[in-house]
Design a binder for this molecule. Structure first.
Ligand code: SAM
Length: 119
C-alpha cells in the first residue's frame, strides 16, 4: 500500500472522526465486531465512511444470534450481498482451528453501501 495507506488507532465505540465521509472504497472489520456491545453507532459510522458503491466485509464469529448480525447491518442501511460460512478443509493442519470452526462456525458477510446512498 505504501503511501496510499494511513494507519490510525481508534476505539470502535467512538465516532471515527479521522475518517472523512464517503472516503473509503472498502471497510474490513475482521474478528472485531463482537467486541463492540452496540453495533448500531459503529455500523452507521462505517456506512458514513464508505463511498457510494463501497463495500464492507466483516468476518464475524457467532457470539450473538446470527439474526443480530444481519438485522444490525440491515438496520444500518447496508445491502447484504454475500455470506459465507467457512468449514474446516479436509486435512487442515491447524487442528485447533478446525475444531473451533466445526463447533462454532464463523460467518463472513459482504455488505454494500450503494443502495443506502440512494435511499
Ligand atoms: C481477534 S483480534 C482480530 C485482529 C485482526 N483484525 C485480525 O483479523 O486478525 C480483535 C482485535 O480487536 C481489537 N479491539 C477490541 N475492542 C476494540 C475496540 N473497542 N476498538 C478498537 N479495537 C478493538 C483488539 O485490540 C484486537 O486487536
Amino acid at each position: 500500500m505504501g503511501a496510499r495507506a494511513r494507519y490510525e488507532t481508534a476505539d470502535l465505540n467512538e465516532p471515527l472522526t479521522m475518517v472523512p465521509s464517503a472516503s473509503a472504497d472498502v471497510v474490513v472489520a475482521s474478528l472485531v465486531l463482537h467486541y463492540v456491545a452496540d453495533w448500531g453507532p459503529l455500523l452507521a459510522e462505517l456506512r458514513r465512511c464508505l463511498k457510494p458503491g463501497g463495500v464492507t466485509v466483516t468476518v464475524q464469529m457467532y457470539r450473538r444470534p446470527v439474526s443480530a448480525v444481519f438485522t444490525s447491518l440491515l438496520e444500518a442501511g447496508f445491502l447484504i450481498d454475500a455470506v459465507e460460512e467457512p468449514q474446516p478443509t479436509p486435512g487442515m493442519e491447524d487442528t485447533k482451528l478446525a475444531e473451533i470452526l466445526r463447533a462454532q462456525p464463523g460467518v463472513f458477510v459482504r455488505a454494500g453501501g450503494a443502495l443506502v446512498s440512494c435511499a
